[in-house]
Unconditional design. Structure first.
Length: 250
């Protein structure tokens, strides 16, 4: 069996000597769509930050895309982050640059030297997120939903294996939020794994995925509370469907 993209075993995370997460287990495989839910301060964002080495761990075993997150050297962190796509709730776009310039800035910063190759890639990702005609606009000329689509376009520029989305629908109206989740699920269907924090319980019913709840310094897989056929390990969902078919035939 191939290695997990993310594999955490008995991991403990502290912030300023305060224990945020204690002895947690978590893993992520290619193509999975995972929700992290929980109250404010329960550790959802802290967990995401450990994935891209923004926050250190104090105990346990932790690997992300083959990197040992307990011993990763600072000089290797940029290489790790180039394999990740990060979607922030507050967008973090450069406000004095157009959409195209925002995306070009990221490509140049991550080693794309050929101008035409950058132009082609920018056009590709803008088309993927339905924003192919918005490249000339400044961020403030876009709606919140449009800005979030640009942030997703920015996140997928380097074909990341993992997308980390921290409350991507938190500042959006309900319908726009649905469109954003549909876009992330489409990206997941192409092979990238997605980890998304959210407070929107309705999305978990409308767009089923694997669900972890952060509570009491622990995380628990509660997929069964939201999905009729939980996708937890291997092909459990497929096995459940097959069992039901066999019962019907009987």
């Amino acid at each position: 069996m191939s290695e997990h993209l993310i594999d955490y075993r008995h991991v403990t995370v502290n912030q300023q000597e305060l224990c945020i997460l204690d002895g947690i287990d978590f893993h992520l495989d290619a193509g999975e769509f995972v929700y992290l839910i929980g109250k404010v301060g329960s550790g959802k964002t802290s967990l995401l930050k450990t994935f891209y080495a923004e926050l250190e761990m104090q105990e346990g075993e932790a690997k992300v895309l083959g990197y040992d997150m307990r011993t990763i050297k600072r000089k290797h962190i940029p290489a790790l982050r180039r394999k990740l796509g990060i979607v922030f709730q507050d967008f973090q776009l450069l406000i004095d640059r157009t959409v195209t310039e925002n995306l070009d800035f990221v490509l140049r910063a991550t080693g794309w030297k050929n101008k035409q190759a950058r132009v082609n890639r920018i056009n590709e990702v803008l088309d993927m997120v339905g924003m192919s005609t918005k490249g000339y606009k400044l961020p403030h000329q876009l709606s919140g939903g449009e800005q979030q689509r640009i942030v997703i376009a920015r996140a997928i520029l380097n074909n990341p294996q993992i997308i980390l989305a921290d409350e991507p629908t938190g500042n959006l109206d309900t319908e726009t939020g649905r469109h954003i989740v549909e876009l992330l699920r489409d990206i997941s269907s192409r092979g990238a794994a997605v980890v998304m924090t959210t407070h929107n319980q309705q999305l978990l019913h409308e767009y089923p995925g694997i669900v972890y709840r952060c509570e009491g310094r622990k995380i628990e897989d509660i997929t069964h509370e939201y999905n009729r056929f939980p996708k937890l390990e291997g092909n459990r969902e497929e096995e459940q469907n097959n069992n039901n078919i066999n019962k019907e035939e009987e």
